[in-house]
Design a protein around this ligand. Structure first.
Ligand code: NAP
Length: 293
């Protein structure tokens, strides 16, 4: 058996961003509306700062307005809440993203639930999570949307495929399961208490790994020919003591067994910001009462 096909997340993300930019230009021309994304960063977590910088850069490149709010690490909960309430009322802001994790003095869940669900471009608000599980239109979390786009890129129609997801978080595992149900997959969700995890993962025609454990999923946990989507981002020590990024899947082993696989980096990662921009455009259209494409 040869090596798996690589699923190029960078290329797919580029396509999504180009579509968004086209939609933004159209919205400006037809309705004079510029979609605006506000990002709130509390503190100076280095990874979060990099994400926020990239988000702002790509927001502007797509022709949208970017509003960055950087607050000190010791900002009290009430001040973050007040900022969210101001952004909820701001007509130039169509999407609000509060970068997680938040420092300990801030109740992250209360902040997320305070975001107007119409502007909740991360799709984490209970209203949007509920709409997703009921199959109603709403804003859907970005990384799970990106995972499904990549699986469809590799396999086309997903109807009837057995999708096995490792991880049941509210931001990845659960929403990706809902989206795959929408695509008519048979869905199995695994977690830390799953018995015989390799026995379950090796049944998946699609295997989604969202665990946060470096290279946990080995080659013999994978069904030959399966489509493997690796959400994990883990920093480990590489050759010569230099740190490197790896996924939750042991790529060197998996590439010999899978039919298609996302690399880390360059797989799911780039899709997250592209889908955030897509959500911001969708939110702007919905708020302005304009039909979606
Ligand atoms: P999380 O909230 O920590 O959830 C991890 C899940 O994995 C939990 O459901 C946990 O089970 C399960 N798990 C942990 N150890 C396990 C084990 N030994 N066997 C089976 N299941 C196990 O993580 P997350 O936020 O979903 O993120 C997962 C990974 O994706 C992380 O590496 C994160 O950095 C990455 N990520 C990437 C992007 C991106 O843009 N590419 C976006 C988001 C997240 P229990 O529920 O039983 O504890």
């Amino acid at each position: 058996m040869g090596d798996a096909d690589l699923i190029d997340g960078k290329a797919v993300a580029r396509e999504v961003r180009a579509q968004v930019a086209e939609g933004v230009a159209g919205l400006k021309e037809s309705h004079g509306v510029t979609p605006g994304l506000a990002v709130v960063l509390v503190g100076e977590d280095p990874a979060s700062s990099v994400y926020v910088r990239n988000k702002a850069k790509q927001t502007i490149a797509a022709g949208m307005a970017s509003f960055e709010h950087k607050l000190d690490a010791d900002t009290p909960h009430s001040e973050v809440l007040a900022l969210v309430e101001t952004l909820n009322r701001d007509p130039e802001v169509h999407g609000i993203l509060v970068q997680l994790p938040l420092p300990g003095q801030i109740d992250a869940d209360a902040i997320i639930q305070a975001i107007d669900p119409a502007k909740d471009v991360d799709g984490f608000h209970a209203i949007n999570a509920g709409r997703l599980s009921l199959g109603q239109p709403g804003l859907v979390p970005c990384t799970p949307v990106g995972c499904v786009m990549l699986a469809k890129k590799a396999l086309g129609d997903l109807t009837g495929a057995h999708a096995v997801i490792v991880g049941r978080s509210n931001i990845v595992g659960k929403p990706v399961a809902q989206l795959l149900l929408r695509e008519h997959c048979t869905v199995t969700i695994c977690h830390s208490r799953t018995r015989d995890l390799p026995g379950v993962t090796s049944q998946g025609d699609i295997l989604i790994a969202a665990v946060g454990r470096a290279e946990m999923i080995k080659g013999d946990w994978i069904k030959p020919g399966a489509c493997v989507i690796d959400v994990g981002i883990n920093r480990i020590e590489g050759e010569g003591g230099k740190s490197k990024l790896v996924g939750d899947v042991d790529f060197a082993q998996a590439v010999k067994v899978a039919g298609s696989i996302t690399p880390v980096p360059g797989g799911v990662g780039p899709m997250t910001i592209a889908c955030l921009l897509r959500n911001t455009l969708r939110a702007a259209r919905a708020i302005e009462g304009i039909e979606q494409d």
